[in-house]
Design a protein. Structure first.
Length: 193
């Protein structure tokens, strides 16, 4: 399997292959009050991908140091209050097979990310949810930065660009109209007999 992991800067990385979930990459996710939110995606990173975990951890640590000299006014927040984006899927979702053996992190941006499809050595723009969806695989570029908002302190992951490198089983439990109404076709056919 190809390894797409790369350090871009002290606080930015390219990681992959990852699996994408909760993909709001063509339009921003709506806030609870109905206003536009941010573009976002959840990255599922295999625990076995130690190269990805190392560059992510290093970039988060660099963002922490930048936070000390910036948002956090010269002090490192206590570890108990400091939120970081990389989380353990086995711990947080023990009954969900999607997260088994995975770390995950949410990345978001106020601006639309570049979304591409890499197929047969050619890269093209992903146009819609048929091209790029929750459940497909690929790589992402993210940057990490410190925040200090309303008493919450931590490191967030900024979403930059995404590329799908292969298909996967769609996540989200949606069904096609054909699946939902297959029994009606059978009933209609039996009425004609």
């Amino acid at each position: 399997m190809a390894n797409f992991n790369k350090k871009i800067s002290e606080t930015a990385v390219r990681v992959g292959p990852v699996r994408f979930s909760y993909a709001y990459v063509f339009s921003p996710r709506k806030n609870e009050d109905g206003t536009d939110g941010k573009y976002s995606v959840q990255l599922l990173i295999p625990k076995s991908d130690t190269a990805a975990l190392e560059i992510i951890t290093n970039a988060i640590n660099a963002a922490k140091q930048a936070g000390v000299s910036g948002k956090w006014n010269g002090k490192m927040p206590p570890a108990s209050k400091l939120k970081t984006p990389l989380r353990d899927g086995d711990d947080e979702y023990p009954d969900d097979d999607t997260y088994a053996g995975m770390y995950f992190m949410n990345a978001s941006s106020a601006t639309k990310p570049g979304v591409r499809v890499l197929e047969n050595g050619m890269m093209s723009e992903a146009l819609d949810g048929d091209d790029f969806y929750s459940g497909c695989y690929g790589c992402a570029t993210v940057n990490f930065f410190a925040y200090n908002t309303s008493g919450n302190v931590g490191i967030a992951a900024g979403l930059n660009n995404l590329v799908k490198t292969r298909d996967g089983e769609k996540l989200g439990g949606g069904h096609s109209a054909e699946e939902d109404f297959a029994d009606l076709v059978e009933q209609a056919a039996s009425c004609l007999d």
